[in-house]
Design a protein around this ligand. Structure first.
Ligand code: DP6
Length: 334
């Protein structure tokens, strides 16, 4: 099954229709996985080996503004910088736009603005693809359902399927080879006191993309076979923690899930290590603070930065220990 078959199935007779509007704009939040997506059963469609679970980052995300033109090629600007089509990121975007182009000579102009660092393991591609998909939906007037948007965002980047919503989202693994049952679903529960602290420790580009790292792990790590079982236990624990407002259970499950994911990468060959010395120093500081009684945990994605997990009552003390932290309250209404 190819990506274009999925697009054809979802858009059906809307595929090939010209845009309804000349321009459209949409926002999608970044999301941080508390139980990670790591490994694909289908690389073409970004179908995962396991389910995963995330929390949306409110107003941290990306806004995509799309219009159509007749120029010689697509034009994409990310945070004011034009994308080179020969770069790996440019090629991926071009392939994505090709899926939705109704006529060969119709080109997209995309202006993407994100307020989180790009390529630093802060899910910039997740919110980027989700916002582009939402903008395409508006531009063409497709009126897609949320699960269809989630499936189409997934074929851009797996974790993008969770960025269609704010709050807690579960990405169901699904069993179908065409992936029509592998999409995100929002979880009704909110946790108003929950805080996520973005701890930027380096703005260096990551040495290996998450796409390559997860494939390398799946094919070479002796520890990978333990991963699906670990995810299944962690997923239940996270849901139980949310249900019971058991912060200790939530924090330790999310942290242990991330560390296990990184352990599978360390045992891949060639090894993948996203941590920098300052990442390890920050982890040790967090463990010491916890030992001293502060309820603080972390998670880490495909980059050296950490996301701190704590409750609102501890904001001031967390800021004291990590003055550079950027605090997000995913369920805050203010
Ligand atoms: C570590 O969604 O970026 O952030 O599907 O290849 O685009 P592709 O991968 P991507 O991987 C995200 C991996 C992760 C964990 C997670 O967000 O669940």
């Amino acid at each position: 099954m190819r990506k274009s078959d999925v697009v054809q199935t979802i858009l059906a007779d809307r595929k090939g229709l010209l845009p309804l509007h000349t321009t459209a704009k949409a926002y999608a939040p970044s999301n941080i996985a508390l139980c990670k997506y790591w490994g694909k059963r289908d690389q073409e469609l970004n179908l995962p080996v396991t389910s995963s679970f995330s929390v949306g980052l409110g107003d941290k995300g990306s806004t995509a503004e799309l219009s159509v033109g007749k120029g010689p090629h697509d034009f994409v600007c990310v945070n004011g910088q034009e994308i080179e089509w020969i770069s790996p990121f440019g090629k991926r975007l071009l392939e994505f736009f090709d899926l939705f182009r109704p006529k060969r000579d119709l080109h997209f102009n995309a202006n993407i603005k994100t307020n989180i660092p790009i390529g630093a393991g802060l899910a910039s591609s997740a919110c980027g693809y989700a916002s582009m998909l939402q903008a395409l939906n508006l531009l063409f007037g497709w009126e897609l359902k949320d699960n269809e948007l989630s499936i189409l965002a997934r074929i851009g980047s797996g974790s993008a399927c969770r960025s269609i919503w704010q709050g807690f989202v579960e990405w169901h693994v699904g069993v179908r080879p065409d992936g029509m049952d592998s999409f995100g679903e929002p979880v009704a529960d909110a946790w108003p006191e929950l805080c996520i602290g973005l701890l930027i420790l380096s703005d260096q580009e990551k040495p290996v993309s998450s796409r390559d790292a997860m494939q390398r792990t799946l094919t070479t790590s002796a520890l990978y076979s333990a991963w699906p079982e670990k995810v299944s236990r962690d997923l239940s624990a996270i849901k139980q923690a949310i249900n019971l407002r058991d912060f200790l259970l939530l924090g330790k499950t999310a942290e242990s899930n991330a560390l296990t994911m990184h352990a599978t990468m360390l045992s891949a060959w060639p090894p993948v290590c996203y941590a920098l010395p300052q990442t390890i120093t920050a982890m040790q500081k967090i463990w010491q603070l916890r030992h001293d009684g502060l309820m603080i945990f972390f998670t880490q994605d495909a980059g050296p930065n950490l996301k701190l997990i704590f409750l609102e009552k501890d904001i001031d003390v967390v800021k004291e220990h990590f003055p550079q932290v950027d605090v997000v309250r995913p369920f805050s209404t203010s």
